[in-house]
Every structure is written in structure tokens, then in C-alpha cells.
Design a protein around this ligand. Sequence first.
Ligand code: 3H9
Length: 659
Amino acid sequence: MSATRFSESVSGSIRDGVLVVIIANAPVNATSAHVRQGLVKALDHASAVGTVIGVVITGAGRTFVGGADIREFGKPPVEPTLPEVMQRIENCSKPVVASVNGAALGGGCEIALACHGRVAGEAASFGLPEVKLGIVPGAGGTQRLPRLIGTVAAIDLIGSGRTVRPDEAIKLGLVDGVAADHLAAAVGLVHQLAGQSQRRTGLLDVPIAELAAVEAASKKVLSRSRGQSAPAEAVRLVRLASERTFRDGLAEERATFLRLRDSNEAAALRHVFFAERQAGKVDKLEGIAPRRIETVGIVGTGLMGAGIAVAALTAGYRVVGIEQTEDAATKGRERIAGILDKAVQSGRLAATVRDGCLARLAVAANIGELAAADFVIEAVFDDLAVKTELFQRLDGIVRPDAILATNTSYLNPDEIAAATAHPGRVVGLHFFSPANIMRLVEVVDCKATAPDVLASALAFARKLGKLPVVSGVTEGFIGNRIFSAYRREAEFMVEDGAAPEEVDAALEAYGFPMGIFTVYDMAGLEIAWARRKRQAATRDPNARYVEIADKLCEAGRFGRKTGKGWYDYASGEKAVDPEVTALIAAARAAKDISPRRFTVDEIVDRLLRAMADEGAALLTEGIAARSSDIDLVMINGYGFPAHKGGPMFAAETHKDITP
Ligand code: 3H9
């Protein structure tokens, strides 16, 4: 039988008496209005035609259904709503089975939950990631999932938003079967279910769970969601499933979904979602193919180099690490193997994958080994002479088409490139430490970087599972430029009367995992001190300069590792140190500053303003391509809370900021 069209994105055809409905709404089969309308028409058709014994729902392409259409949020609702579609599926008198070919996320997972049976293909995945968008599932997910897999597992899945693969889905009871030919298996399941009374998920009792286990699962979610409302609401709704009727639970879920959907938190997280998909897109690279990269050379296998090596190895590359001596090479290899072992111990990496990584790793003391590399990253001491000399040597070793990347954080990569024979093949790759964990990579488009070299660096970073953001050349690139402005403003406030612990508390209440002075102590104060000393001669003598950090360094207070910095760590815990308070008071007195009080709001406003102003300057200078890139850098590299959308987004929406 030929295909019947139910809407522009939903069609169906008969297979063994079963109506197989395909949702084809590229790119991710989101449940746009025409998908919802098409599904209802398909169900009507199946119910009306006597020869149809049941329905299978599947997705076209790689995705089953990626969820509600996020772009529709905020627009007037169009009937039927997704919860209505779910009711129609669940109440259908003929069996409806989901044949899950790919990602079933959010509303997509909810469609599967409303069906009478679920079969997963090998590429299927399931998740209710709504909390990552600042919302809760709004089409029955919080009420149906605990009925299928129990309260504890549902709290974990919905509260974290994590995705599960078919093997876990079957263990949880989320699916009835996994099959390579999921469509044939789903049609078979419809035949089995036909003529019986259907297993309607909403009518199941929630399995009884131990209160202690429910409490523990709830606590785990809440401990990770500081400052956000959606995860706590998700936990509340899942728990409600065993306390109220299905109908009441659905009504409460819907009301919560609508309230959160219109919140600032959800708007911020939607902004981040689309920002991530925009990042790394560069107009001038349209149609330019990246170079082939198989072997990655890494010069320097210290903390940074080893982290980059692990990221490259786990992404499947062959890695050649280079050290200056045999002894250092042995230690480098051990460092890399140690990180991989730790990942195996914590369950993040399978032992077989680690063994594969080690088989693709060589660490040598002979730089000539880099002749085989397609892409070389230097992760040596951040000194211009050291890096320039290294790149000049590499000119005589690597192939002419090999790419050279510098992992500098503050030096000018244009100067490094200019000293080489082929500046076009030089690009900046600014990783964040630990490089195997941190997602952000600033890809620095230098003055002479060839377009296909930039495209290759972006493709490489993506293959590493990183979030690449393109930056032009400037002191500290996007992130450190903004961080410097933010730090400067924090120090101005301390000099004017705020205590460092007040600034930190205000930032932590706003959602940063750590305040700026605590971060400073963690990272160590001496590197920035050395830089300030280098820059002292060229500093604008009329610009305000706060000496407090210099004075701390002069007193040997380099941060946590020396037991003292902005705080004291003698007890093992961070504590306010009267010596620092006195040192700050003396610095104020030396400038005749009479300290004044700062409110929490004023502290946050001033810091947001400082970051946003510096961000605006980066846009004007053409260093950042779009303000959402700046937001991503600060969220992924500097702890800015994602649910506030980043400094540029927050400055636009933060009401207290005076224009
Ligand atoms: C929800 O379902 C609420 C319900 O509970 C209740 C409702 C009542 N909508 O990521 P990609 C776009 S909330 C609109 O690069 P991949 C994306 O912007 C939703 N657009 O592909 C991009 O566009 P462009 C819960 C969407 O293959 C393009 O698709 N669901 C949506 O790497 C390709 O995206 C989620 O949170 C959407 N839902 O990964 C899932 N999703 O080309 C969110 C994507 O213009 N989505 N786009 O830049 C994902 O996690 C991934 O997109 C997915 C595919 C894994 C599906």
C-alpha cells in the first residue's frame, strides 16, 4: 500500500496489517504543530479502518523525536497540545508501539512512554533533558516514567536530564526489547498485543520504593542544582506520582511546566542551548574542508599536555608526545596512563578503551618523531622565546602540510607564527585545565591562519568532544580579557570597602561555584603577579591600580598551595585571615580611601557590568564574533552559572543594571 500523508511531516504505510507512522521533521523530528496534528490524524485513521490492527511510531533519519520544538516556546499555543496527543496514544483501543530508531528526548521520550510498548534500535537513546533547559517534562514524563521504572530511577533520570542507551533502558524497564531490526520487532509486538486490553502506562501503580532511597536520590539531584529551580521541581513532581492520582499529577506537571517555561532561568538556558549550536560557525569557512588528521603531536607532557593527550587518545587519534629527556618522556607516559587509569576506576572509561588508547600512544625524547604528525600542539612553558624557538625547529621536522597549534594563554600567537616559515599553518588552541575534562577550547584565528587550518582546528576540537569558540588575537583572548576586567572590578570594590569574603559570597549566591578570590587562591597568585611585573613599565600611569594582590604575593601568600592567599588555609578549611584584613585596611589608608559598605546586589551588578563592558569591547574590536560566544566562554571556562545565560545575556536582562 502506498504511503498516506497525515500532515506535512507525518506519513504512514501498512506493514503486516500495522500502520507504521513515520515522523519526518528535520533536523531532529521535533514535535512541531504539524507533527502533533499528523499523529492525531494517524491515530484517527488507525482506529477507523477495521483492517488496521495497531500502530507503530518511528522517526525518519538518525533521531526518533528530539522533543518539543524549542523555537515554539513563547509563541501562542496551537492545538492539539503534546499532552493531548499523549492521551490519544495511551487511550487508543488498538496497540501503539514506539520503534525507537535514535534519540528519544523530552517530548520524544514522552511519546514512547505513552505507547503500549517500546522497542529500541541499537542507536536509540532515551532521556528527559528538560531540566537542562530550565523546565520540567510537560507531557506526562514525570508521571509516566516512575510508573514504568520506579521513583528512584525516575528521580535520577529526570533530575539529572541524563540520557540512557538501550542496554540501560532495558535494565530499567524503560523498553520491552532491543533489536537491530527494531521496526520488524515493533510490528511483531503490535501483533502480540492486538486483541488484548492495553497496558496503559498512566494506569499502572507506581512501584513501592523505600523512603530512604527516594530521599537519597532527591538529595543527590538537589546538591547538584544550586540556584536552579527546575531540578527541584522535577523531583517534587516525580514524588507526586506516588502520592496523587495520575490526573492530578498531570495537571500539576502541566502548571509547573508552563510556569517554568516562561521563567528567566529557562530563557537563559535556551539561549545557552542555541549559543552552543552557533559556536564555532564561521561564515568565511563555508565550503572549506578541514585537513585529514590522524596523528597528533604534543610537545610537553606536563599537566596540560597530558590532559590534551588523553582527550586526543579517547577521541581515537594516534598521539606522539615529546619531552626533552628519556626520563621526562617516561614520566609523561606515566602521567597520561595515570589519567586514563583514573577514568577507568571511576567508570568513565572502559578498560578496553584505555588499552586501545595506550596502544596508540608513544612518548619520546626525540623531536624528530613529529615527522609523522598531521597536527602538532605545543603545551610548553608560556614564554615567547621558548615557543618561538620550538616552532622554528618544528619547521624543519614536520611535513609542509602539518598544522602547528600553540596552547598559549597570554602570548601573542601572531608573533610566534611570524617567526616560522609558514605562518598560515599556525593556529591557537587555548585549552582549559584539566584539558581532558574541561569542554571549552578557544580556537585562535591568527592574522595569517589559513582558512582550512582554522577549519581543521575547529573540526579537531569538535572531535575531542569540546566546545570550540573562535577568538581573534588579543591579550588573554576572550576569556582571560573578561576575567581580568572582572578581577579588576572586584579589587576596586575591595579597595573601596567590600571584604573579599563579601564579594565571594555575593558571587556564590548568584550561582558561581566559587567566588573570584577563592578561585584566585586555587589557581595560585604568582603567575598573574609575574605578568603584572612584566607589564608594569607599559601600564597607563593614570589608570587605577590596586596593589593589594601584589602585597599578598610580597608576603609569600601565593594561595592555597602555600596555605595562605586571600584567605588562610591553616586549618585545612578556607578562613578569613585578620592579617589580610589588616593589609587591605592599610592599602585603603595609603590612598586615603574611607571604606564604604556594598550590598550584595551592588557587588553583583558591578561585576556583571564590568564583564559585559569588556565583552562589548571585544565585539567592537572583532575579537569575538557574537555575544553568545562570550557567554559560552565564561560559562564553560570560568564558572559563570549557565542558568543566568552568561554575562552578555545577563547584562541585557538584569533589571538592576543602570544603563
Ligand atoms: C521538551 O521536549 C518539552 C516537553 O517535555 C513538553 C512539551 C509540552 N527544538 O544538536 P544538533 C536544532 S523540551 C528545536 O546540532 P545533533 C538545533 O538548534 C525539549 N530545534 O544535532 C540545530 O539547529 P541549527 C527536550 C532543535 O545531531 C539542529 O536542530 N529536548 C531542537 O548533534 C541540530 O541540532 C531536548 O532538550 C528542539 N528540541 O543532536 C533535546 N533540538 O542546525 C535537544 C535540536 O539551526 N536536542 N534543534 O543549528 C539535542 O539534544 C540534540 O539536538 C539531538 C541531536 C541529540 C536531538
